[in-house]
Design a binder for this molecule. Structure first.
Ligand SMILES: [Mg+2]
Length: 395
């Protein structure tokens, strides 16, 4: 069976991003606004006052969209894609036309072709979002053609259910929901000086007191620090027994990752959501820069590189916990199938009082109950998206 078409589409449905708010009517039970709507989150731009106080004041606003790959018999695979027009152009005007006519089963070959075709302008960054969408739509198509869930095509399931940890700043609500591990967004960075450092420490101290010693606690630093600040904060937080510190440094600064590893040898480190393609993960694993690799399945290139990164990690004796792995059907299938992935991250954007199943998600995506869940066993990734939901991409 050959590929007949590959194209970008818009989705005629209300919530296609885990960050999107569903209709107000579904928020009748809201107790207070979500942590996302207030409070600082340290980030690479906090040194510039005009963008310091609120991360969405500068982050990209291109919409999410879809990628559809159709087989000769009319069966189609679907993937969510990010960063709107720039990524849709790469799919519609460059990669898509060059992959039509390839075999629908040949996911490895098509991923390899797509990455190599991006070499003239760089396969990392924006191009990697297009490769991810094509790869995930290919896996969805393959599952539908073979009438199997993707986790079975991958050799799974590897476990009975996923252990999910929450990410966000509404810790009291996550404890109520039954999560046994939770990750905090770090509010302050180097630009906030000693006062910010003290506030960070107090924030973690208060959270540790709230959750007790039987809940794992992690800190997400979202590329906000330099080396000196990361070391200083890690030392100050040592009494609070954090499971890991995440993404302290900007992803391109590989040397500093090596120095941070040397200077805080006792602290588990995690990173990788802003690394693209497999070589950065190979380097990090080979040099033990971190203990946990965190590729994002919608950013790194799709399911195919996630499988390769799992093999790299296992060979180096480290683990993979994909960024937002519990938030999408794609991540859920990877986490369910691969022995190298022990946990599934669940980013919680909905306000306290609004149950995860009422929050924004694509139909067919599972949500955790008591910190555990299983992905759909329907063919492909199990998303319940109809042809009537799809519209031509609006450039
Ligand atoms: Mg993160």
């Amino acid at each position: 069976m050959k590929i007949k078409s590959i194209h970008a589409v818009n989705l005629d449905m209300p919530a296609i991003s885990p960050l999107a708010r569903p209709s107000e009517a579904r928020y009748k039970t809201e107790r207070r606004p979500s942590w996302l709507e207030s409070g600082p989150v340290a980030n690479p731009m906090t040194r510039y006052p005009r963008y310091a106080s609120y991360r969405p004041s500068w982050t990209p606003t291109w919409d999410n969209f879809g990628c559809v790959i159709e087989a000769e018999d009319g069966t189609w695979g679907f993937a969510i894609a990010q960063h709107g027009k720039p990524v849709a152009s790469i799919i519609d005007e460059y990669l898509g036309p060059r992959l039509i006519g390839e075999d629908c089963m040949a996911v490895e070959k098509i991923y390899d072709m797509a990455v190599r075709m991006c070499a003239p302008f760089g396969a990392a960054g924006i191009a990697s979002y297009a490769v991810s969408a094509i790869d995930l739509a290919m896996w969805d198509l393959k599952g539908k053609l073979l009438d199997k869930p993707v986790y079975e095509l991958l050799g799974g399931p590897a476990r009975d259910e996923l252990f999910c940890y929450s990410t966000g700043g509404d810790t009291d609500w996550y404890m109520e929901l039954g999560f046994k591990a939770t990750k905090l967004p770090c509010p302050f960075g180097p630009a906030d000086g000693l006062d910010g450092l003290k506030k960070n420490v107090q924030f973690i101290a208060d959270t540790r007191e709230l959750v007790g010693d039987d809940v794992e606690l992690m800190l997400d630093c979202w590329m906000a620090f330099d080396l000196e600040y990361a070391v200083r904060l890690a030392e100050a937080l040592r009494p609070y027994n954090m499971k890991w510190m995440e993404e302290c440094l900007r992803s391109e600064d590989i040397d500093s990752h090596a120095v941070l590893r040397e200077r805080v040898p006792w602290q588990t480190l995690a990173t990788g959501e802003h690394w693209y393609t497999t070589p950065p993960f190979q380097y990090a694993a080979a040099h033990h820069l971190v203990d946990i690799l965190q590729p994002d399945i919608n950013w790194v290139g799709g399911m195919t590189p996630i499988v390769k990164i799992c093999a790299i990690a296992e060979s180096a004796g480290i683990s993979v916990i994909p960024h937002a792995g519990g938030n999408t059907a794609y991540g859920q299938h990877a986490c369910y199938a691969m022995p190298a992935i022990p946990w599934a991250e669940t980013f919680v954007a909905s306000p306290p009082g609004v149950a995860p199943e009422d929050a924004a998600k694509l139909p067919g995506v599972s949500t955790p109950k008591d910190g555990r869940m299983k992905p759909s066993d329907a063919p492909g990734f199990g998303l319940e998206i109809l042809e009537s939901h799809l519209a031509p991409f609006a450039y």
